[in-house]
Design a protein around this ligand. Sequence first.
Ligand code: B12
Ligand code: SF4
Ligand code: SF4
Length: 311
Amino acid sequence: MPHNPSEYSKLIKDEALRLGFMACGIAKADFLAEEAPRLEKWLKEERHGKMAYMENHFDKRLDPRILVEDSKSVISLTLNYYPWESQHDPEAPKISKYAYGEDYHLVIKHKLGQLLEFIREEIGEVNGRAFVDSAPVLDRAWAKRAGIGWIGKNSNIISKKSGSFFFLAELIIDLELEYDHPFSTDHCGTCTRCIDACPTDAILSPFIIDANRCISYLTIELKDEIPTGFGDKMDNWMFGCDVCQDVCPWNKFSVPHSEPQFKPREQLLQMTREDWMDITEDVFTTIFKNSAVKRTKFKGLTRNIDFIKRS
Ligand code: B12
Ligand code: SF4
Ligand code: SF4
């Protein structure tokens, strides 16, 4: 039986890795003082576009102790999604790597539930909540505090060992643990590849993304028509965009994931450009069953495909 915060932390981290998470770091639940003015400025300048949910719960987003009563610790976890395979037809409209397999929300939620259950069985009565994009939590700020990696100029968390093709998630619990050192160094140096390569100039300056210009926002979050000004800039993306990560030198260290549920459906990989142009709702429903792509619905995906076709 573990008896102290250091032993608890080790036990939790070992179990997280056993469950398939790629990394696990732990930070003290506290107010995100450095991030507060940055988030406020980003919202004031309307960089979030029409993602109204980003305006809600400002205080909770900056302080997990308001979000989860009596919380003491934020356990930050990463799950690798870097795929083995890619779409076969180089001319096919592209889907971001993160959306090849089953919806990550479902996959991660299940693993977080198992980890919380394990903590309760091994340590005792612990209250807490699991988060994966489901509530106002600044995932990247916590990953940095928990020592997972640094925030790159493309605003993603990058790990020296494994690049940035991984999801972030948290367990916020009311148990005191031993905390990791925040990641305090920056390994982007003088590199600006992501800023230079972004097809829509969405990286306004290091770390600042204007969602209104980001292909990921335009193809997934935006419900209206895509502004015509982006006609020749979509770089053939129909769902998400990986450009600022594909060009990042740290992603040479990405290794393919071993999560069976992220394995892409063969039919998705085999679809040619022509197949996508003629996609029916039945095909959409079959290949994207339990997929994150369902977020756009058939209407959204065909809007994106039509937009690419026209440009
Ligand atoms: C809203 C959102 C988006 C929006 C806005 C993007 C953005 N950069 O905010 C859109 C739709 C565009 C988007 C796109 C993508 N997203 Co997104 N998104 C989110 C979400 C839900 C919230 C992010 C947020 O709070 N943004 C608000 C801004 C202000 O916060 P921030 O970017 O963390 O900003 C910090 C920096 O700007 C920093 N900062 C500002 N100035 C300075 C100066 C210095 C010196 C430093 C160090 C930092 C710094 O401080 C800010 C506050 O902490 C998170 C999940 C979550 N709950 O956190 C996922 C999340 C960030 N997204 C993720 C992913 C995978 C993507 C895409 C790669 C998906 C794709 N392939 O299409 C793209 C990448 C685009 C990009 N380059 O960011 C992952 C990132 C994983 C990782 N390794 O980092 C997350 C964490 C989801 C998850 N749970 O895994 N996303
Ligand atoms: S995801 Fe694509 S459009 Fe968005 S910032 Fe990165 S490169 Fe630019
Ligand atoms: S491409 Fe270069 S600047 Fe951009 S995140 Fe990667 S290392 Fe940093």
